[in-house]
Design a protein. Structure first.
Length: 218
């Protein structure tokens, strides 16, 4: 049975600290295992060009950062590919989970980490990895996934436009701000719509959607 887990994790977030010190917003949009210890993180920096470049330089200097590759900045948004040793999400490397909310996107501590998981052993592996890194965790919620997910008509329209305009490509062919002008939705609202749509697409592909009820692993 598929479940959606929400954890609170208390860990240093040097990426957000570096971005905040330069007055920019940082959001991780995707990630992939790089090797036994590393992760490749695709992210966006939002701010003026001078600030995003300062943030990029600050991220390059962080302990554990192996490489930083800049994309093309457009409308105060710069895509960034960061190869990093031992970020907090590395705990999921050997577990079959699908992230819904990335803890690296939180400016506050403890940070929420929400993911979909099937096997109890994978859930325990994540907790074990976090514990071995000295990261404190708290299980906030475990919800059973039962209903089939469907996109609303508006979500389908926006996602179809985003795909057609190259929003999901790397580097992106259209920025969030440009896309918001095309679909007539504020950038902050559009970001939430796209994230919600991505979750529903992901859950719909598995034939499930989240319930609000509490649950627990057997």
């Amino acid at each position: 049975m598929l479940r959606q887990v929400t954890l609170e994790v208390n860990s240093e977030n040097s990426l957000q600290d570096a971005a905040k010190s330069c007055g920019v917003k940082l959001r991780v949009t995707d990630c992939k295992s790089f090797n036994k210890t590393g992760m490749s993180l695709l992210m966006e920096l939002q701010g003026d060009l001078s600030s995003t470049r300062s943030a990029t330089a600050a991220i390059r200097r962080l302990d554990g950062v192996r490489d930083v590759i800049e994309g093309v900045e457009a409308d105060h948004t710069m895509p960034l590919l960061v190869v990093m040793d031992r970020p907090i999400c590395r705990a999921s490397r050997d577990a079959a989970i699908i992230c819904v909310d990335c803890p690296l996107n939180s400016e506050a501590q403890p940070a929420p980490w929400r993911f979909i998981i099937r096997r109890t052993s994978d859930f325990r592996n994540v907790l074990s990895e976090l514990s071995s890194e000295g990261i404190q965790t708290k299980v906030v919620d475990i919800s059973t996934l039962e209903r089939k997910a469907e996109l609303t008509g508006r979500q389908r329209e926006i996602v179809a436009t985003a795909v057609a305009k190259g929003y999901f490509e790397f580097p992106r062919k259209v920025s969030l701000t440009e896309l918001s002008g095309i679909v007539g939705v504020k950038p902050s609202t559009l970001s939430e719509i796209l994230r919600s749509a991505e979750r529903r697409i992901m859950e719909g592909a598995m034939g499930v959607a989240p319930q609000e009820s509490q649950g627990s692993f057997p």
